[in-house]
Design a binder for this molecule. Sequence first.
Ligand code: SAM
Ligand code: DTB
Ligand code: SF4
Length: 374
Amino acid sequence: MTNWTKEEIRKVHDLPMMELLYKAATVHREHHNPNEVQVSTLISVKTGNCSEDCGYCSQSAFYETEIDKNGMLTLDAVKRAAEEAKAGGSSRVCMGAAWRSVADGDDFEKVLDMVEMVNDMDMEVCATLGMVNEDQAQRLADAGLFAYNHNLDTSEKYYKEVISTRGFEDRLKTIDNVNKAKINVCSGGIMGMGESVDDRVDFIHQYTVMDQIPHSIPINALIPVEGTPLEEQEIIPIWDMLRMIATTRIVFPKASVRLSAGRTNMTDEGQSLCFFAGANSIFAGDKLLTAENPDVISDMELFDVLGLTPMVAFQTGDKPVTKGRKKPESAEKTKWSRPGHKIERNEEAKQKAKDKRAEQKFEPRKVTSVESLE
Ligand code: SAM
Ligand code: DTB
Ligand code: SF4
């Protein structure tokens, strides 16, 4: 917990750009090596068909988007992806699943196996699986999880304009459960969803009142995805991203600030300014979860130009020790809230998806050339 007021945060955010960047860069070098960047690779271990209606997300089952949906990946596939990530300079693997919350059972046991395996490869393991209860967080910790990503995404007020199927307080509860299990919390947001500057300030302020400040704070730029309610949002100007990164760095001097989704829409110079303003981690690899990301070679070329080096694993925290596997503690399923209020643009995108699916169902089947020959 820190005692920043919203007014103080807003004052920092609104500083003249050169002053803001200078201040942020000064705080950055006081607490971090400014020439080092932590590099993580995302692996989507379960893709698409998610039961939530998050207005930004390509993986929601409510919307019709062009993604390759996938059930659980095999342990082998995750191993190969992690090896490739390590060879490419990543020190952390972040496993994402298109789940609302974790359900005890085979798929969760598989995730625990994956965590154990990647931790044994001497890489930091992060997971982002939706809401978790205390027992599930503890089981992830025991499997060797280094960090858990769970984003608040935006201000509590604007959250209600983006998602109707889950409650903000459940996100806070999950972060609390992760903290209790002594797993490093990674939590941040998405900029450019139509929120106001006040929402951005409120978003930052939320973290100042937490008992524990997150270990890392991802600042994503919205990637507008066709078929989602936010498909028509304009790409956020780099200047807005810089203000958010610099302000986050100044308010949370010790945290990792991650320049996350949306780098394909930024120039090298724009990204360089983000590093100068205090961003000290990125997601590498030509795919995020479903969306595009710059390829590793161009990232490493930029690192070379800037004299940046990828951070080695476990520089910001000890390697977790894997403990024996226990059975889930509570037979009772955790009840997470489902507010269910109507968000107009989400409803429109849901209807569009329904219409498109109905159309596809009644479309005459195309006759292939082989069939037509017979
Ligand atoms: N289902 C889990 C959850 O929601 O916590 C984990 C996966 S979810 C895709 C992880 C995060 O990715 C979201 O919280 C959001 O911040 C980010 N994200 C998803 N779609 C995005 C987009 N189109 N642009 C930017 N960030 C996005
Ligand atoms: C985070 O804050 N950003 C990452 C990670 N945490 C899981 C995810 C970005 C997802 C971008 C959209 C996609 O790939 O579908
Ligand atoms: Fe599901 Fe997570 Fe996407 Fe929301 S952000 S639809 S919970 S995968």
